[in-house]
Design a protein around this ligand. Structure first.
Ligand SMILES: N[C@@H](CCC(=O)N[C@@H](CSC=O)C(=O)NCC(=O)O)C(=O)O
Length: 285
């Protein structure tokens, strides 16, 4: 079924255009907005896509305006697609206290099964199925795609890659929440979106998913890069990079891990390392 796109804005940027579109989402049952950066080269040939998943409190504009990714994407001939982090709208339920770490701006890229959230919070299906189909239908893209993200979105990128062998050429993350079953942000999100019965939680936890992989799982050969600031205020309580390192080691998975001295959790950190990540992905796209 064709999805009607409504152009929200269009700005010339480097050789190409940074644009925002809204559309009805059939999986989230609401209007969604995404951003896309297309180098001018996209008018001559199909280009590969890097999907970027942002973190808590973000919409499509944080990465677009703060990371400085478009200049490098332009040089490398890559399209960037930047979805929102949750469903939106007056009838979309939020955190009951309006907290920043659940509900609006905090969809965690899972498919909710809890009755009060399952109608709208299907962000995993949105970023892995509905949005890629919309992009393929409306833009000049190849079938090559990679995925990256920050914090909640870094974890989102990891689970999308682990759960979809063959879909992505590479995956990377900035300061990802690695083990949501074992940190306050993750426990709150999984309890809220999936319910208190923890039996299904592991299916949305990157470390647990890696632990469950067979020795010949294609994810174990997928290029994976993670950069973590060592002055990140969330490092020990929420992010726990060691859990991911150990999960990868347990499966003999190569992880290109950089511990960046002095960097925090902000977009100052992301903007410093985004070029490294885009060049990393371009090698595989
Ligand atoms: N209370 C803080 C925490 C929110 C925060 O730091 N959000 C990060 C992502 S954290 C994990 O998913 C973020 O990207 N913020 C947006 C930005 O533009 O920096 C707060 O409300 O700031």
């Amino acid at each position: 079924m064709t999805t009607a796109l409504c152009r929200v804005s269009s700005n010339r940027m480097f050789s190409g255009n940074h644009q925002r579109f809204s559309h009805h989402s059939n999986v989230n049952h609401c209007q969604m907005t995404f951003a896309i950066y297309q180098p001018a080269l996209a008018s001559e040939q199909a280009l590969p896509v890097l999907y970027w998943l942002s973190g808590l409190t973000c919409n499509d504009e944080n990465f677009s305006t703060k990371a400085g990714a478009q200049r490098v994407a332009d040089e490398l001939g890559m399209i960037l697609v930047m979805p929102d982090t949750s469903p939106r709208g007056d009838d979309v339920p939020d955190d009951i206290h309006g907290a920043y770490d659940f509900g609006l701006g905090a969809g965690f890229y899972v498919n909710a099964s809890a009755p009060q959230y399952q109608n709208h919070y299907q962000m995993y299906d949105y970023v892995t199925k509905e949005l890629p189909a919309i992009i393929a239908e409306n833009f000049n893209v190849t079938d090559k795609k990679s995925i990256s993200g920050h914090s909640m979105g870094g974890h989102g990128a990891l689970i999308c890659a682990i759960k979809n062998p063959g879909m992505y050429q590479s995956v990377s993350a900035f300061a990802p929440i690695t083990n949501p079953m074992n940190c306050p942000w993750g426990q709150k999100a999984l309890a809220g979106y999936l319910g208190d019965n923890q039996e299904s939680w592991w299916q949305w936890d990157s470390c647990e998913l890696i632990n469950s992989l067979a020795s010949d799982d294609p994810f174990l050969a997928l290029p994976l890069k993670v950069t973590q600031g060592l002055s990140d205020d969330f490092l020990n309580e929420q992010l726990k990079p060691q859990a991911l390192i150990e999960a990868c080691e347990g499966k003999g998975k190569v992880l290109d891990y950089t511990a960046a001295e002095g960097f925090d959790h902000s977009y100052f950190f992301i903007s410093t390392f985004i070029e490294d990540h885009l060049r990393f992905h371009r090698k595989y796209l």
